[in-house]
Design a protein around this ligand. Structure first.
Ligand SMILES: *[C@@H]1O[C@H](CO)[C@@H](O)[C@H](O)[C@H]1NC(C)=O
Ligand SMILES: *[C@@H]1O[C@H](CO)[C@@H](O)[C@H](O)[C@H]1NC(C)=O
Ligand SMILES: *[C@@H]1O[C@H](CO)[C@@H](O)[C@H](O)[C@H]1NC(C)=O
Ligand SMILES: *[C@@H]1O[C@H](CO)[C@@H](O)[C@H](O)[C@H]1NC(C)=O
Ligand SMILES: *[C@@H]1O[C@H](CO)[C@@H](O)[C@H](O)[C@H]1NC(C)=O
Ligand SMILES: *[C@@H]1O[C@H](CO)[C@@H](O)[C@H](O)[C@H]1NC(C)=O
Ligand SMILES: *[C@@H]1O[C@H](CO)[C@@H](O)[C@H](O)[C@H]1NC(C)=O
Ligand SMILES: [Zn+2]
Length: 554
């Protein structure tokens, strides 16, 4: 039940209070602060979580791409962060800039008759206003991706979450169904790859199981698209076990048939680059294609940058998330193996331009401009720029609970005032994966609300639970509390002598109900609560009631 994968190294915290944040000058880039609560490092959630001076103290060097024999540009886990970050200047590149980079790479490669491929590894949705303002979370986003001229794409777990509580609330059941019905999957002409995901109704693959992707200069890559063994997927699909898929006849046949026809194998794998399944994929390809077939696995899902060489002819590479990174990977043939090179290109306009020997002013190409226009159109449809109201301060996601904490704000102000009827007799409990980005002082737009709270999960209610039961539930939910932020937070303190309605969101149903079943000795039946509201809309409602002072808007 991972909403997004939170790893140890990717969590950073201010010391209590948050105001006396450390300096990366003293901590050192990548280092710990003295109380060991935070690292000086960028993360998927924020450009600099520990030190406000990260950008100045730890500038990432510009790196220039050198082309190899076979070249790949990759995005993974975009989570709809394709518009460039307005609150994180060091990550201001959009997908349009990436498309321009692709053009420049291809023209540099043209002179040397080399091929450059462009891949996306899934989790396109759930992150910004572009996603969750669309009922199916993908309708506004997918036309933008269609302009990006990918050679092949994979799907991720976020395309597969059940959104309607199996009929409890109205609306589309699952994003991937929207991708099919809108013609998005078909528009990729066989290059939307789903090697182990099938429609549950027909058991036919959602996209294609594999494709032989051919470059302009003849490089042929046999390309697959795998998803980790996801269990909590929507009813529309079945996710087949990766190991069983690797052992299946069609997979072995595909390798055998293409052993001579392909120059290499690419596996888009929506799984952590350290996942043991990566090694199983490697072993299966080796078994079917021999020990010297070039193999590149492109990983995702962990939201980290990472690289592992698997053998002399194989490696796995993961390119961060949310466009904090654009990945470049190449391999070149050498006497006794392949030389793999990769570049973690930071998602800023400067870094992307520098990677292809350009400057910000002459990076944009005609197809980049087409994508930029598609982003503007989508933002307009989503209403991303609509101002709601103003925030008096910055609320930070990754700090201990307290005055500067987004979670304290959400639980003790937003929920009691926009969701609950009676904060004295109703208590909300929410898992802390539900929010994902800071709120900044000043005008708050639709996009700011959805970047902070992207998932729009609906609400459920269980009536008449004793305070002692809720205390026990909270203690169990927070048993393994390893970070500064607890796994679950609550809107007020349950008193043992009182009785409450428990309010929670559908994403947390299983962890909450399974523990309550144990405590109560039977599984309680929750009711739908305020079906018109969800985890995102209550933040919208809060800021709509807090208009900006006149001078802020001019
Ligand atoms: C992007 O961010 C950089 C800072 O990293 C800044 O110098 C540049 O002006 C920004 N460009 C745009 C177009 O916002
Ligand atoms: C890319 O980033 C990962 C994680 O920080 C690092 O291990 C790897 O060395 C980086 N690659 C390069 C070429 O710098
Ligand atoms: C950028 O310029 C360097 C130095 O001239 C060159 O080695 C490299 O191939 C160029 N890269 C691209 C993508 O044009
Ligand atoms: C892009 O602009 C930079 C700086 O303005 C200049 O040095 C470079 O030659 C330009 N490149 C091309 C290909 O026009
Ligand atoms: C936090 O907020 C409370 C209540 O508004 C206030 O009394 C307290 O001084 C604040 N603490 C800090 C560190 O700002
Ligand atoms: C949540 O409940 C715990 C345990 O009962 C309590 O210590 C904590 O203060 C509560 N949080 C809020 C925001 O009331
Ligand atoms: C969330 O609630 C708002 C307000 O009712 C609604 O407009 C929006 O469609 C809801 N989102 C989802 C995904 O249900
Ligand atoms: Zn993801």
């Amino acid at each position: 039940m991972l909403r997004h994968w939170i790893c140890l190294g990717a969590l950073f915290f201010f010391r209590e209070g948050g105001s006396s944040s450390s300096s990366c000058k003293t901590i050192g880039c990548g280092g710990h602060d003295p109380t060991a609560t935070c690292f000086c490092n960028p993360s998927c959630f924020s450009f600099d979580d520990c030190c406000d001076d990260y950008a100045e103290a730890c500038p990432e060097p510009l790196s220039t791409i050198k082309l190899g024999d076979v070249n790949m540009l990759v995005t993974t886990d975009l989570h709809s962060w394709i518009e460039g970050r307005s609150h994180d200047a060091p990550l201001n590149a959009s997908l349009a800039h990436v498309v321009s980079v692709l053009d420049h790479l291809r023209s540099a490669a043209h002179a040397e008759h080399r091929d450059v491929f462009f891949f996306d590894n899934g989790d396109i949705n759930d992150g910004t206003g572009l996603s969750a303002t669309a009922p199916d979370h993908v309708a506004f986003l997918s036309p933008v991706l269609q302009t990006a001229r990918y050679d092949a794409l994979n799907l991720g777990n976020h395309e597969l979450y059940q959104r309607d509580g199996h009929g409890m609330v109205e609306g589309p059941a699952c994003p991937v169904v929207g991708l099919k019905e809108s013609g998005y999957i078909a528009s990729w002409k066989g290059r939307y790859l789903t090697s182990n995901v099938v429609w549950s109704s027909t058991l036919q693959p959602v996209g294609n199981r594999y494709a032989l992707v051919e470059g302009k200069f003849g490089t042929k890559l046999l390309t697959f698209g795998f998803l980790y063994n996801m269990e909590d997927h929507c009813d529309a699909v079945e996710v087949l076990d990766v190991e069983e898929t690797l052992a299946s006849e069609w997979f072995k046949e595909a390798l055998k048939e293409h052993a001579g026809l392909s120059d290499g194998v690419v596996v888009l794998a929506h799984m952590d680059y350290r996942d043991p399944l990566v090694d199983k994929i490697w072993a299966a390809v080796r078994e079917g294609m021999g020990s010297t077939k070039p193999l590149q696995i492109l990983a995702g899902h962990s939201h980290r940058r990472g690289y592992r060489q698997l053998d002399k002819y194989a490696s796995v590479y993961e390119a961060g998330c949310k466009l904090d990174t654009v990945g470049f990977l190449s391999y070149s043939h050498e006497a006794d193996g392949l030389r793999f090179d990769h570049v973690n290109i930071s998602g800023s306009i400067q870094h992307l331009a520098g990677a292809v020997n350009r400057s910000a002013s002459n990076l944009s190409t005609a197809s980049g401009a087409v994508t930029a226009q598609a982003i503007r159109t989508a933002r307009k449809t989503a209403g991303s720029d609509r101002a709601l109201g103003c925030s008096t301060q910055r609320y930070r996601l990754l700090v201990p609970l307290g005055n500067s904490s987004l979670w304290t704000f959400y639980m003790s102000q937003v929920i009691p005032n926009t969701l609950l009827d009676s904060p004295q007799t109703q208590i909300a409990i929410v898992g802390t994966g539900a929010l994902s980005y800071d709120i900044f002082p000043g005008p708050v737009h639709i996009d700011d609300v959805y970047t902070a709270s992207p998932y729009a999960n609906f609400w459920l209610k269980l009536e008449g639970l004793g305070g002692a039961i809720l205390q026990k539930l909270l203690a169990e939910l927070n048993q393994r509390w390893t970070y500064a932020l607890p796994p679950y937070v609550n809107s007020s303190i349950p008193l043992a002598s009182s009785s409450y309605d428990l309010v929670f969101c559908d994403f947390d149903t299983d962890p909450i109900l399974s523990r309550l079943s144990q405590i109560l000795g039977k599984r309680p039946e929750p009711k739908l609560f305020k079906p018109l509201l969800n985890t995102s809309s209550i933040l919208t409602a809060w800021f709509e009631k807090r208009p900006c002072a006149k001078e802020v808007l001019v």
